[in-house]
Ligand binder design. Structure first.
Ligand SMILES: [Zn+2]
Length: 464
């Protein structure tokens, strides 16, 4: 049996309506993990839907309670064919954001699939039920075509991703043995362009912090005290001006990351930034001056002022405000020493005469990760996907945005490869969430080819 036969079989799965039927069944579970009373639906999605499906494919399924008592369970399903074979860990989430039932166009229900041209509407079609349905269907197709997979699989499904994945890290840390694998391959998020098969292999991290300056207790009449008292808003503005120039270049010593590995630079050179529906106009002069636009988003650290307040903007008084506060924000790439960000800022502020400004950090769970595009597993996946697509795919070393990929990349130590099956205009998290028929068909083929190749014996050397 051949790769082409597996691809024809998955085409048939789409054309005969099985994909739609399977996805429709899954969309019907109201797994809104942010709403009170969702527990039964979260459990039922695993018990009644995924466990029977995976058990049919010869998986051993086990449902684990979340270490966080208030959060949804985890499903771990494994199919082991042989110790000498490669093992893949894959992941998906069965929970969705709230349905916002009354807000969909044309009175569509979020809990059914409504087709309109290229678009299939329904809550979870894109995020993430459609994506893991595609990956599991592709596994099934390879299994049926070849009679075996030719590799081992561990599936992890969580039911709290839309709440920020409570308990995921602790669960994985406590069960590292369950997740020993050679590679991590999963699907979530958008392609770089609807027609462009894409992989991404990590994301930038997030670092938030607050700067405060309290100059005196209470506001003071500017006629009596102006010229005599420090204005904390003015001092804070100067502090900010010392941290970033008027074109967005970071000035804090040690905060920039200007080293881009050649493999990353080459991959990024092929990516376009911006574009898409209602996209704002890019300022080509903003940001890291010696980088291309794509390098600024994917390979540099960027500093933003999220909010800045002094006095009372809702009701400005003729007074000297008592304090000023800035909510600062960094997106950072691999190679940045996160533990040094606050000490470096402290040193910078002291050196520039802003010793009175206090700073506090707010640890965000999303750390920077990136698999090198030249990593053997990355090259392997790029080649397989390119072969199925019949064209070069887009390789994003890390997303500009952030996701909790460090659980898989750092904690479990796996090379992480994400193959997204959605697109930026999919209205994920909003009413009218949908997938595109063309992407779904292409994604089913790409994943079938990928799983096929994983079991075909030409994978990078086993590491575990
Ligand atoms: Zn989501």
């Amino acid at each position: 049996m051949s790769r082409d036969q597996a691809l024809s079989k998955i085409d048939e799965y789409f054309k005969n309506g099985d994909f739609e039927a399977e996805l429709a069944r899954r969309i019907a579970f109201k797994t809104e993990s942010n709403l009170a009373g969702c527990e039964a639906a979260l459990q039922a999605y695993l018990d009644d839907e995924l466990v029977p499906c995976l058990a049919d494919l010869g998986f051993t399924c086990e449902i684990f309670p979340n270490p966080r008592a208030d959060a949804g369970p985890f499903l771990v399903a494994r199919r082991i064919e042989g110790d000498e074979l490669p093992t893949v860990m894959t992941y998906g989430h069965g929970d969705v954001v709230a349905g916002y039932d009354a807000q969909w166009d044309n009175e569509m229900s979020p809990w059914h699939i409504t087709k309109n041209g290229e678009r299939w509407y329904g809550r979870g079609t894109a995020d993430n039920k459609g994506q893991h349905t595609i990956n599991i269907a592709a596994l099934k197709t390879v299994l049926e075509t070849r009679g075996k997979l030719g590799f081992n699989v561990t599936v992890l499904i969580e039911m709290g991703e839309e709440r920020g994945s409570p308990g995921l890290k602790d669960f994985c840390a406590a069960n590292k043995d369950l997740f020993k694998a050679d590679v991590f391959i999963a699907s979530d998020g958008p392609r770089i362009h609807p027609e462009k098969p894409t992989i991404f292999m990590g994301s930038r991290g997030v670092f938030n912090f607050t700067m405060r300056l309290e100059s005196h207790a209470g506001g003071h009449h500017s006629g009596n005290w102006g010229g005599l008292l420090t204005n904390p808003g003015v001092v804070m503005a100067h502090a900010l001006a010392s941290m970033i120039d008027r074109n967005g270049k970071i000035l804090v010593e040690g905060w920039r990351n200007t080293h881009i590995p050649n493999s990353v630079r080459t991959a990024i050179a092929k990516l376009e930034v911006g574009g898409g529906e209602n996209a704002p106009e890019i300022n080509p002069l903003w940001g890291e001056p010696d980088m291309t636009l794509a390098e600024r988003v994917f390979a540099s650290n960027t500093f933003e002022v999220r909010a800045f307040e002094t006095g009372n903007p809702q009701s400005p008084a003729n007074a000297i405000p008592p304090k000023a506060v800035v909510f600062g924000h960094l997106r950072y790439v691999v190679g940045t020493e996160v533990s040094q960000l606050m000490p470096l800022l402290r040193t910078h502020l002291d050196k520039h005469g802003f010793g009175d400004i206090s700073i506090t950090s707010e640890r965000d769970p999303r750390y920077a990760t990136r698999l090198d595009p030249d990593h053997p597993w990355a090259k392997w996946a790029i080649e397989s996907l390119g072969q199925t697509a019949g064209e070069e795919i887009s390789v994003v070393p890390n997303l500009g945005g952030s996701l909790p990929n460090d659980v898989f990349a750092d904690l479990l130590g796996l090379p992480t490869i994400w193959v997204p099956h959605s697109y930026a205009g999919c209205s994920q998290h909003a009413p009218n969430e949908h997938i595109l028929e063309s992407i779904s068909q292409s994604a089913l083929r790409l994943m079938t080819g990928l799983w096929w190749d994983l079991g075909a014996g030409k994978t990078p050397k086993k590491t575990t």
